[in-house]
Design a protein around this ligand. Structure first.
Ligand SMILES: Nc1ncnc2c1ncn2[C@@H]1O[C@H](COP(=O)(O)OP(=O)(O)OP(=O)(O)O)[C@@H](O)[C@H]1O
Ligand SMILES: [Mg+2]
Length: 263
């Protein structure tokens, strides 16, 4: 099956530090791929390279066989690249619904002239975007009592879900989540896992960056491991758990693969 997204030998350095070095992997559609590795391994940098926040020093990013390496961030978003952040990034002055509508903006087409001379077109589009946002909030299981509350007043777990809803409202081909379970309790974490599988089932290529190993192992079909900016291993969760190099990278020591690193 054709990959939704492919990285071909992507590299990024900051000054003298090679944060990502010659990394290649594919994101197939309709499954969750986990990207794991110790702190500072380059996971968030890889997300930022795919999203277009950083330009790579080398390599290519292909989306559905189109080279998007040189495209700016907003063009990639329009083509279907969506993401959430390691620390939730909400527009504080807007309520939850407004934040999610911001994700649906690419489905609006009106410019200044339409706004002035055909306001009814704008009103219709706005209500379509509100409906799209409401559907995304429902999918992300954000209870309606929170929809009209300002982002700053939302509990942390709800902010995480609203961010996922905003990404869903973009109608993404790929959805990248940077540690979506950070700060959540085990029950909330399990719910996020179920949501990610549901999103993938709709055909989206999901990239999950996560330190929570039970979440990774219960959701991912494919696991990519990075260490010191380089790709260390790719395989199924079972293959990765049994890989001594991966186990050693996590513990920073020579240990047996039988040790319970991923419990
Ligand atoms: N904007 C930047 N400027 C300079 N160095 C950076 C920048 N972003 C990341 N780095 C460095 O690149 C390396 C990889 O960082 P990155 O944030 O990608 O790691 P990570 O795998 O996401 O780690 P964590 O699990 O702690 O989130 C680190 O050494 C980090 O300090
Ligand atoms: Mg990170």
């Amino acid at each position: 099956m054709t990959a939704t997204l492919s990285l071909h030998g992507i590299s990024k350095s900051f000054g003298g530090l090679n944060a990502v070095e010659d990394v290649s992997f594919d994101l197939p559609p309709a499954v969750v791929t986990a990207l794991i590795g110790p702190n500072g391994a380059g996971k968030s940098t890889i997300i930022n390279l795919i999203a277009g926040i950083f330009a790579p020093n080398g390599g290519r990013v292909m989306l559905c066989e189109t080279d998007i390496t040189a495209l700016p961030m907003f063009r990639r978003a329009c083509l279907g690249v969506a993401r959430t952040y390691q620390t939730p990034q909400m527009i504080h002055g807007l309520d939850a619904l407004g934040n999610v509508m911001a994700g649906a903006y690419r489905f609006g087409s009106h410019g200044l002239l339409t706004t002035i001379f055909m306001p009814w077109v704008v009103a219709r589009e706005n209500s379509e975007m509100a409906e799209r946002a409401a559907a995304a909030l429902r999918k992300a299981a954000v209870p309606e009592i929170w929809w009209d509350r300002r982002a700053v007043d939302l509990p942390y777990g709800i902010q995480r879900r609203v961010e996922i809803a905003r990404a869903i409202a973009q109608g993404p081909k790929i959805l990248m989540l940077d540690e979506p379970a950070a700060g959540l309790n085990p029950a909330e974490t399990a719910e996020i896992g179920e949501l990610l599988i549901e999103i993938a089932t709709d055909g989206v290529a999901v990239l999950l960056v996560e330190h929570d190993m039970p979440l990774v192992m219960s959701t991912a079909t494919q696991v990519v491991v990075v260490n010191f900016g380089r790709r260390l291993a790719v395989g199924s969760p079972t293959q990765i758990m049994a890989n001594p190099e991966v186990v050693a990278a996590y513990l920073g020591a020579d240990v047996s693969a039988d040790d319970e690193v991923f419990a």
